[in-house]
Design a protein around this ligand. Structure first.
Ligand code: AMP
Length: 220
Protein backbone atom coordinates (compact mmCIF):
# COMPACT_ATOMS: atom_id res chain seq x y z
CA UNK A 1 0.00 0.00 0.00
CA UNK A 2 1.60 3.24 -1.18
CA UNK A 3 0.17 6.49 0.16
CA UNK A 4 0.56 10.24 0.08
CA UNK A 5 -0.56 12.29 3.07
CA UNK A 6 -1.41 15.90 2.18
CA UNK A 7 -2.38 18.75 4.48
CA UNK A 8 -1.35 22.21 5.67
CA UNK A 9 1.40 22.54 8.30
CA UNK A 10 -0.11 21.46 11.62
CA UNK A 11 -2.86 19.36 10.02
CA UNK A 12 -1.50 16.31 11.84
CA UNK A 13 0.31 14.56 8.98
CA UNK A 14 3.20 13.33 11.13
CA UNK A 15 0.92 12.14 13.94
CA UNK A 16 -1.44 10.32 11.60
CA UNK A 17 1.42 8.87 9.52
CA UNK A 18 2.85 7.20 12.64
CA UNK A 19 -0.54 5.63 13.38
CA UNK A 20 -0.90 4.37 9.81
CA UNK A 21 2.57 2.84 10.10
CA UNK A 22 1.43 0.95 13.22
CA UNK A 23 -1.81 -0.28 11.64
CA UNK A 24 -0.60 -1.17 8.15
CA UNK A 25 3.14 -1.84 8.55
CA UNK A 26 4.17 0.65 5.86
CA UNK A 27 7.23 2.91 6.15
CA UNK A 28 6.88 6.62 6.91
CA UNK A 29 8.92 8.87 4.63
CA UNK A 30 8.91 12.43 5.96
CA UNK A 31 10.93 14.86 3.86
CA UNK A 32 10.87 17.33 6.79
CA UNK A 33 12.46 14.69 9.08
CA UNK A 34 15.03 13.83 6.38
CA UNK A 35 15.98 17.49 5.98
CA UNK A 36 16.23 18.04 9.76
CA UNK A 37 18.49 14.96 9.99
CA UNK A 38 20.69 16.36 7.18
CA UNK A 39 20.79 19.74 8.95
CA UNK A 40 21.78 18.29 12.31
CA UNK A 41 24.51 16.15 10.67
CA UNK A 42 25.80 19.29 8.93
CA UNK A 43 25.79 17.77 5.42
CA UNK A 44 25.91 19.98 2.31
CA UNK A 45 22.19 19.43 1.75
CA UNK A 46 21.48 20.16 5.41
CA UNK A 47 23.39 23.44 5.29
CA UNK A 48 21.52 24.51 2.17
CA UNK A 49 18.12 23.53 3.60
CA UNK A 50 18.49 24.89 7.13
CA UNK A 51 18.04 28.61 6.39
CA UNK A 52 15.18 27.94 3.97
CA UNK A 53 13.34 25.84 6.57
CA UNK A 54 13.84 28.47 9.28
CA UNK A 55 12.27 31.02 6.92
CA UNK A 56 9.27 28.75 6.28
CA UNK A 57 9.94 28.50 2.55
CA UNK A 58 10.20 25.38 0.39
CA UNK A 59 13.53 23.69 -0.27
CA UNK A 60 14.35 23.41 -4.04
CA UNK A 61 12.56 20.57 -5.82
CA UNK A 62 15.73 18.87 -7.10
CA UNK A 63 17.10 18.38 -3.57
CA UNK A 64 13.85 16.87 -2.30
CA UNK A 65 13.30 14.68 -5.36
CA UNK A 66 16.85 13.29 -5.03
CA UNK A 67 16.28 12.45 -1.36
CA UNK A 68 13.05 10.59 -2.04
CA UNK A 69 14.28 8.79 -5.16
CA UNK A 70 17.10 7.01 -3.33
CA UNK A 71 15.02 6.44 -0.19
CA UNK A 72 12.29 4.58 -2.11
CA UNK A 73 14.83 1.95 -3.19
CA UNK A 74 15.50 0.84 0.37
CA UNK A 75 14.27 -2.55 1.54
CA UNK A 76 11.82 -1.15 4.14
CA UNK A 77 9.70 0.45 1.38
CA UNK A 78 8.87 -2.92 -0.19
CA UNK A 79 5.88 -3.39 2.14
CA UNK A 80 4.59 0.03 1.15
CA UNK A 81 5.23 3.62 2.19
CA UNK A 82 3.48 6.73 3.34
CA UNK A 83 4.85 9.99 2.00
CA UNK A 84 4.48 12.71 4.66
CA UNK A 85 5.28 16.21 3.44
CA UNK A 86 6.04 15.16 -0.14
CA UNK A 87 5.10 16.09 -2.83
CA UNK A 88 4.71 19.80 -2.04
CA UNK A 89 4.79 21.24 -5.57
CA UNK A 90 3.33 20.13 -8.90
CA UNK A 91 6.91 19.57 -10.14
CA UNK A 92 7.49 17.17 -7.23
CA UNK A 93 4.21 15.39 -7.96
CA UNK A 94 5.06 14.84 -11.63
CA UNK A 95 8.59 13.73 -10.68
CA UNK A 96 7.07 11.27 -8.21
CA UNK A 97 4.79 9.82 -10.90
CA UNK A 98 7.79 9.32 -13.21
CA UNK A 99 9.90 7.87 -10.40
CA UNK A 100 7.21 5.38 -9.40
CA UNK A 101 6.58 4.34 -13.01
CA UNK A 102 10.31 3.64 -13.47
CA UNK A 103 10.30 1.49 -10.33
CA UNK A 104 7.07 -0.30 -11.41
CA UNK A 105 5.21 1.12 -8.42
CA UNK A 106 2.02 3.16 -8.10
CA UNK A 107 0.12 5.21 -5.56
CA UNK A 108 -2.99 3.64 -4.06
CA UNK A 109 -4.49 6.57 -2.18
CA UNK A 110 -3.86 10.24 -1.42
CA UNK A 111 -5.26 11.33 1.94
CA UNK A 112 -5.96 15.05 2.25
CA UNK A 113 -6.32 16.23 5.86
CA UNK A 114 -8.38 19.44 5.72
CA UNK A 115 -8.02 22.11 8.42
CA UNK A 116 -8.54 25.87 9.15
CA UNK A 117 -5.46 28.11 8.89
CA UNK A 118 -5.90 30.16 12.07
CA UNK A 119 -6.28 27.07 14.26
CA UNK A 120 -3.01 25.81 12.77
CA UNK A 121 -1.01 28.78 14.07
CA UNK A 122 -2.07 27.96 17.64
CA UNK A 123 -1.62 24.21 17.12
CA UNK A 124 1.91 24.51 15.78
CA UNK A 125 3.19 27.33 17.99
CA UNK A 126 2.62 25.28 21.17
CA UNK A 127 3.90 21.90 20.07
CA UNK A 128 7.03 20.05 21.19
CA UNK A 129 8.29 16.47 21.22
CA UNK A 130 10.20 14.12 23.48
CA UNK A 131 13.87 14.27 22.45
CA UNK A 132 14.26 10.51 22.93
CA UNK A 133 11.09 8.84 21.56
CA UNK A 134 9.52 11.72 19.54
CA UNK A 135 6.16 11.51 21.36
CA UNK A 136 4.30 14.75 20.58
CA UNK A 137 3.04 17.22 23.22
CA UNK A 138 1.41 20.65 23.27
CA UNK A 139 1.51 23.55 25.76
CA UNK A 140 -2.30 23.79 25.81
CA UNK A 141 -3.74 20.60 24.37
CA UNK A 142 -1.53 17.75 25.60
CA UNK A 143 0.91 18.12 28.46
CA UNK A 144 2.81 15.16 29.98
CA UNK A 145 0.92 13.54 32.90
CA UNK A 146 3.91 14.28 35.16
CA UNK A 147 5.32 17.73 34.42
CA UNK A 148 8.59 17.55 32.49
CA UNK A 149 8.56 13.74 32.10
CA UNK A 150 7.64 11.95 28.86
CA UNK A 151 4.56 9.69 29.34
CA UNK A 152 5.96 7.08 26.95
CA UNK A 153 9.69 6.71 27.71
CA UNK A 154 10.31 8.73 30.91
CA UNK A 155 12.83 11.07 29.30
CA UNK A 156 13.02 14.61 30.71
CA UNK A 157 14.39 16.16 27.52
CA UNK A 158 12.03 17.81 25.05
CA UNK A 159 12.65 19.67 21.80
CA UNK A 160 10.83 22.33 19.79
CA UNK A 161 11.32 22.79 16.05
CA UNK A 162 13.04 26.04 15.08
CA UNK A 163 10.30 26.72 12.49
CA UNK A 164 7.38 26.21 14.91
CA UNK A 165 6.87 29.88 15.78
CA UNK A 166 3.87 32.01 14.77
CA UNK A 167 5.73 34.12 12.18
CA UNK A 168 7.28 31.13 10.37
CA UNK A 169 4.03 29.17 10.58
CA UNK A 170 2.23 31.98 8.70
CA UNK A 171 4.93 31.82 5.99
CA UNK A 172 4.62 28.01 5.84
CA UNK A 173 0.83 28.31 5.45
CA UNK A 174 1.38 30.81 2.63
CA UNK A 175 3.74 28.37 0.90
CA UNK A 176 1.14 25.63 1.35
CA UNK A 177 -1.63 27.64 -0.31
CA UNK A 178 0.48 29.03 -3.14
CA UNK A 179 2.53 25.93 -4.00
CA UNK A 180 1.07 22.78 -2.44
CA UNK A 181 -2.74 23.01 -2.38
CA UNK A 182 -3.03 22.64 -6.17
CA UNK A 183 -1.65 19.09 -5.81
CA UNK A 184 -5.06 18.00 -4.51
CA UNK A 185 -6.61 18.84 -7.91
CA UNK A 186 -3.68 17.07 -9.63
CA UNK A 187 -4.46 13.84 -7.75
CA UNK A 188 -8.23 14.37 -8.07
CA UNK A 189 -7.73 13.94 -11.82
CA UNK A 190 -6.30 10.49 -11.03
CA UNK A 191 -9.27 9.78 -8.70
CA UNK A 192 -6.91 9.06 -5.81
CA UNK A 193 -7.96 11.64 -3.19
CA UNK A 194 -9.82 10.86 0.03
CA UNK A 195 -10.66 13.96 2.10
CA UNK A 196 -10.60 13.81 5.89
CA UNK A 197 -11.75 16.45 8.40
CA UNK A 198 -8.57 17.30 10.33
CA UNK A 199 -10.31 19.62 12.83
CA UNK A 200 -11.66 16.66 14.79
CA UNK A 201 -9.93 14.87 17.68
CA UNK A 202 -6.75 12.94 16.77
CA UNK A 203 -8.37 9.51 17.34
CA UNK A 204 -11.41 10.40 15.22
CA UNK A 205 -9.17 11.54 12.35
CA UNK A 206 -7.27 8.25 12.57
CA UNK A 207 -10.53 6.29 12.47
CA UNK A 208 -11.66 8.17 9.37
CA UNK A 209 -8.32 7.58 7.62
CA UNK A 210 -8.25 3.89 8.51
CA UNK A 211 -11.83 3.45 7.27
CA UNK A 212 -10.97 5.22 4.01
CA UNK A 213 -7.92 3.00 3.54
CA UNK A 214 -9.74 -0.22 4.35
CA UNK A 215 -12.57 0.43 1.94
CA UNK A 216 -10.75 2.15 -0.89
CA UNK A 217 -7.34 0.61 -1.07
CA UNK A 218 -5.80 -2.60 -2.25
CA UNK A 219 -3.90 -3.83 0.83
CA UNK A 220 -1.07 -6.19 -0.05
P1 AMP B 1 7.59 19.51 7.60
O1 AMP B 1 8.34 18.77 8.66
O2 AMP B 1 6.94 18.60 6.61
O3 AMP B 1 6.64 20.53 8.18
O4 AMP B 1 8.68 20.33 6.76
C1 AMP B 1 9.47 21.33 7.37
C2 AMP B 1 10.15 22.18 6.31
O5 AMP B 1 11.00 21.35 5.50
C3 AMP B 1 9.23 22.86 5.31
O6 AMP B 1 8.70 24.09 5.81
C4 AMP B 1 10.17 23.07 4.12
O7 AMP B 1 11.06 24.15 4.34
C5 AMP B 1 10.99 21.79 4.14
N1 AMP B 1 10.37 20.71 3.33
C6 AMP B 1 9.88 19.52 3.79
N2 AMP B 1 9.39 18.79 2.78
C7 AMP B 1 9.54 19.54 1.66
C8 AMP B 1 9.20 19.35 0.29
N3 AMP B 1 8.58 18.23 -0.13
N4 AMP B 1 9.51 20.34 -0.59
C9 AMP B 1 10.13 21.47 -0.20
N5 AMP B 1 10.46 21.72 1.08
C10 AMP B 1 10.18 20.78 2.00
Amino acid sequence: MNLVLLGAPGAGKGTQAKRIVQQFGVTQLSTGDMLRAEASSGTAIGKQADEIMKAGRLVPDEIIIGLIDSRLDREDCRRGFILDGFPRTIAQATALDAMLASKHLKLDTVISIEVDDEAMVERISGRYTCARCSEGYHDRFKQPKVEGVCDVCGSTKFVRRADDNAETVRQRLKAYHSQTESIIAYYDKQALVRRVDGMRAIDEVTEEIVAALRDGTRID
